[in-house]
Write a protein that binds this ligand. Structure first.
Ligand SMILES: [Zn+2]
Length: 188
């Protein structure tokens, strides 16, 4: 279920880590939000087998032995690169080459299956496939938080399409306050 972070929440608690922000994004963007910064400390689910496994469970993705942290890291880097620069899709296309979409039909119509030979790439490829679909559907609305010190990403589903922040409280207000402070200091 979208936004259900039950296993991750439990695994984070077990480590004494803070909760994961912005866990409500679609899969292709949620891949990016597996790392975050809280109170100046960087956290990354893909640094640990238990946290990566919990994320795969929550997202209903296939796992493998060993836990496929490296393919997920590579996929995450490739997606972040495309969001930073939409023309920079070579790495993403190279990773998509790990799999194919296999077509079939059922009583209602077309059915698509992921066809990924290497079990370690199945979860990462599913994330990439989801991102490719998001990019097709809303190319201008996949963004990084405008706070340069924040690493979170989101799909802007607001009516105006002008969302800038992962969250107004976490980043928007903080940056506005700093700008106000800078302006106040600059005024003699
Ligand atoms: Zn942010």
């Amino acid at each position: 279920m979208l936004g259900a972070d039950d296993a991750v929440t439990g695994a984070l608690l077990a480590r004494g880590w803070p909760g994961r922000p912005l866990a409500d994004q679609p899969l292709g963007i949620d891949l990016l939000n597996t790392r975050w910064i809280t109170a100046g400390v960087a956290y990354d689910l893909f640094d640990h087998d238990d946290l990566t496994g919990a994320w795969l469970t929550d997202r209903e993705l296939p796992t493998a032995r060993p836990v496929p942290r490296q393919p997920l890291r590579e996929a995450r880097a490739a997606v972040a690169a495309v969001i930073a620069d939409p023309a920079d899709h070579a790495a993403l296309n190279a990773l998509l080459d790990h799999g194919r979409v296999r077509l079939a039909v059922d009583a209602r119509g077309r059915v698509e299956h992921d066809d990924v030979a290497d079990p370690r790439w199945r979860a990462a490829w599913a994330c990439l496939r989801d991102f490719a679909a998001l990019r097709e559907a809303t190319p201008d609305r996949l963004r990084k938080c405008a706070n340069p010190e924040c690493v979170l990403h989101f799909q802007d589903v607001s009516r105006t399409g002008r969302r800038l922040w992962c969250s107004m409280t976490a980043c928007g207000n903080r940056l506005k306050a700093r700008r106000h402070h800078d302006r106040a200091r600059a005024t003699p």
